[in-house]
Structures are given as structure tokens and as C-alpha cells.
Design a protein around this ligand. Structure first.
Ligand code: ADP
Ligand code: MG
Length: 248
């Protein structure tokens, strides 16, 4: 059996009695790319909030690499190796993509590495490679404010990777993007999935089709079903709660 990177056991999150997450049992393996879909209000964002420690489970537990995250702060959980990309990019607009990546990767190194940064060719090479991976080499040295929305999303995914988390959480990365940019983000996540564990929350079904291996469908705070894209697509319960709603 493969090692688990993330498990939730019977997790419930109540807001004044309303169960945004309801007895949720979920697990994913080390190295997996998992997509979680579900209609609006299904509990997808709350699911990420409970993994990252932004909200505490009312009942149940969240395990990261087998360790119970209960009562750890968001900061402590991030330090353990869970990185999160929010829906809206949070990059430094007045800095270049290269500088954005340098800052993020330095933050997690020791003082020596930061002080002697100028003499750190390994670091420079790493950033160069990362710019290549996210497709921003031609725009590496212009202010990030001048990037398109899709390029900003790719930069922020790069910043997430620069923190070297063991698990990447990505919330709706293609909302509001053109088809071409959506495809680019998909290719980027597939590339990153070769050596990262990634959990993607998504709404856009074309995008899910492009990147999906194992898909989990959330509905009313619980797992409705899991399977590959075509199993999910043809499941009558999914059509009813999710695809049906999209076509309205
Ligand atoms: P999704 O991301 O799948 O659209 P959310 O996790 O944002 O769903 O929300 C799930 C449900 O929980 C929604 O009905 C939402 O209104 C409710 N909810 C989320 N956060 C809070 C909160 N802080 N207080 C009260 N209700 C909340
Ligand atoms: Mg959401």
C-alpha cells in the first residue's frame, strides 16, 4: 500500500449548526494529483480551510503524512509542508517574476544562504529552471503588474513550488482564464505532478478532463463519489448534483 500524504477521518465543520463539511472521509497517496469538484456551496473551500488550519474540525481529524494536525496553527501547518494557492493571485506586482520567485524561495532558507545569495549559483539556476517551468522566461525581468491574468496565476504557482511544500493545494486556478491559458495551467500542473503531490479544487469540466486522474466529487460537505473522469462524468448522481446545475 502506498503511503498517504493526506487523510481526513470523519471530519465535520459546523458553522452555527450548519455543516459545511459533514463526516468527510478522504485520502490521497504521496505523489498523487487529485482533483476535487462539486457544485457551489459543496464545501470545497472549507475543505482546504480545514486542511490548512484556517478552521478547526468540529469533529474528526485531519492527518498529514500520518500526523494529526489538530490544534496546530496555520503557520505551523505551512511549515510542516502544506502550501496553498488562493483563487486570486497574491504576488508582488512591483517586482519582476524572477524577484517574486527569489523572495519566496529565500524566505525558507537560513540566514547564510540569504546573505550570500549573490554567490549562490545553485539558487540562481533553480529560479531559472522554475521560470522555465512556469513559462515566464521571456517575461522574467519585467514588473509582474504587466503580466496577463493567466501569467500571474502561473507565477503564483511557481511561488508555491519555490516554497518546496510536500503537498500543493490549488483552489480554482483557471477561474476567469481564456481557453489557451486554461490549457497552459493544465500542462503546468501535469508537469509539476511528476514530482509533487497536488490537490486541485476545480469547477471547469474541460480543465478537469485535461488533468484528471482520480476525481473526488463533493456534495453537501461529503464525498458523493470518486473515480476517473469518465466514471464521474457518467455517474447519474454527479449529473444530478453537479453537471445538471452547470447547464442551468
Ligand atoms: P464551495 O467552495 O464548494 O463553494 P464553501 O466551502 O465556500 O463551498 O461553503 C460551503 C458552505 O458553507 C456554504 O453553504 C457556505 O455558505 C457555508 N460557509 C462557508 N464558510 C462559512 C462561514 N465562515 N460561516 C458560515 N457559513 C459558511
Ligand atoms: Mg470555493
Amino acid at each position: 500500500m502506498k503511503a498517504k500524504i493526506l487523510e481526513t477521518e470523519n471530519v465535520t465543520v459546523s458553522f452555527d449548526g450548519f455543516k459545511a463539511i459533514n463526516q468527510l472521509n478522504f485520502s490521497m497517496d504521496v505523489g498523487e494529483l487529485r482533483v476535487v469538484i462539486g457544485p457551489n456551496g459543496a464545501g470545497k473551500t472549507t475543505f482546504l480551510d480545514v486542511i490548512t488550519g484556517k478552521v478547526q474540525p468540529t469533529v474528526g481529524r485531519v492527518l498529514f503524512k500520518g500526523k494529526n494536525l489538530r490544534s496546530l496553527s496555520e503557520h505551523q501547518i505551512a511549515r510542516l509542508g502544506i502550501g496553498r494557492k488562493f483563487q486570486t493571485p497574491r504576488i508582488y506586482l512591483n517586482l519582476t517574476p524572477r524577484e517574486n520567485l527569489e523572495i519566496t524561495s529565500n524566505r525558507h532558507k537560513n540566514v547564510f544562504a540569504t546573505l550570500f545569495k549573490a554567490s549562490q549559483p545553485a539558487e540562481k539556476n533553480y529560479i531559472k529552471g522554475l521560470l522555465e517551468t512556469v513559462g515566464l522566461t521571456p517575461k522574467a525581468d519585467i514588473p509582474a503588474a504587466l503580466l496577463s491574468h493567466g501569467e500571474k496565476q502561473r507565477l503564483e504557482i511557481g511561488m508555491l513550488v519555490a516554497q518546496s511544500p510536500d503537498l500543493l493545494l490549488v483552489d480554482e486556478p483557471v477561474a476567469g482564464l481564456t481557453d489557451e491559458e486554461t490549457h497552459n495551467i493544465g500542462e503546468l500542473l501535469l508537469t509539476l505532478a511528476q514530482n509533487h503531490s497536488i490537490l486541485v479544487i476545480e469547477h471547469d469540466m474541460e480543465f478537469v478532463r485535461q488533468i484528471a486522474r482520480q476525481v473526488t466529487v463533493l456534495h453537501e460537505g461529503s464525498v458523493l463519489c470518486e473515480g476517473n473522469f469518465s466514471e464521474i462524468q457518467n455517474d447519474p448522481r454527479v449529473i444530478e448534483v453537479y453537471l445538471g446545475q452547470q447547464q442551468e
